[in-house]
Design a protein around this ligand. Structure first.
Ligand code: SF4
Ligand code: SF4
Length: 84
């Protein structure tokens, strides 16, 4: 889902989201000085921009919150570990 809401009226142009975003989703609009979404499809929902935006101008899909730990299946124990 990515960014579900951006309110340019609330944006104060602080640039935090531009600095935060690892995917360069935002750029500064030269006309307004505010953030502009240029690559919203690249958002991988890390939530940094939403957490750090001081004016709550951004919302990222809560459905995209990812677990800190992925329970990948462990490889089968082959019995060839360190010998005692
Ligand atoms: S962090 Fe929020 S207020 Fe600051 S530029 Fe981005 S959208 Fe605007
Ligand atoms: S949630 Fe993360 S990847 Fe998506 S726009 Fe915000 S900072 Fe960028």
């Amino acid at each position: 889902m990515g960014i579900t809401h951006y309110n340019p009226v609330l944006c104060n142009g602080c640039g935090i989201c531009i600095e935060d975003c690892p995917m360069d989703v935002f750029q500064r609009d030269p006309a307004t000085g505010k953030a502009r979404l240029v690559y919203p499809g690249d958002c991988w929902e890390c939530l940094l921009c939403e957490f750090d935006c001081p004016t709550k101008a951004l919302e990222v899909s809560p459905a995209a919150v990812r677990p800190l730990f992925y329970p990948y299946p462990m490889p089968q124990d082959t019995g060839h570990g360190p010998q005692s």
